[in-house]
Unconditional design. Structure first.
Length: 182
């Protein structure tokens, strides 16, 4: 049931942004809103809290978001608060991003690395992955020291494990699976 609500809200916002010819702006602003809410968890909790009146929530949205963001975003946030769906905002934004990337024919690749990718390395990797998939690729880099080195890439339905941890695990499985060594 929640998945249906997430899709309904994200699709409605996406279609409204397309109709108003401000898809790029809405996409950028949703990213900024996600960052604001992530960095200010207490503020987000206030928007969720049932004891705060709808009028007070509208006021907060007006003061924090409506002065900086498009009217479509402002009205959308007010609608989520009014319908008690603000708790779905992160999932709605994620689904909106998927719609945006599909519309723009962009693939979002999840790349795990032992250290953060620099701009040049990120750009070269995006170009190589773009050539592999035949589409523009945008990288979402996550740092995980447990992979030791290399990269773990997940894009579309493909997984590329070029991590040192992955290679060591394969070597271990190969050695332990060999009856001659037992």
């Amino acid at each position: 049931m929640i998945d249906i609500a997430i899709k309904r809200y994200s699709r409605s916002l996406f279609e409204a942004a397309l109709e108003q010819d401000n898809l790029e702006k809405v996409f950028q602003e949703l990213g900024a809103i996600k960052q604001i809410l992530t960095e200010n968890k207490a503020f987000f909790k206030v928007l969720e809290y049932p004891m705060v009146t709808l009028h007070e929530k509208y006021y907060l949205i007006q003061e924090v978001f409506c002065t900086r963001f498009d009217v479509l975003i402002c009205d959308f946030l007010k609608l989520l608060v009014e319908k008690d769906r603000i708790y779905l905002i992160y999932e709605i934004i994620a689904d909106f991003e998927e719609l945006y990337f599909d519309h723009k024919r962009i693939i979002k690749a999840q790349v795990v690395s032992a250290i953060s990718l620099t701009g040049e390395v990120r750009q070269r990797l995006e170009e190589k992955l773009g050539a592999l998939f035949g589409q523009t690729v945008v990288i979402d880099n996550t740092v995980d020291a447990d992979i030791i080195g290399g990269l773990y890439i997940k894009a579309k339905d493909k997984v590329i494990d070029a991590s040192l941890k992955g290679r060591l695990d394969k070597m271990k499985d190969s050695l332990l699976g060999d009856d001659k060594l037992r």
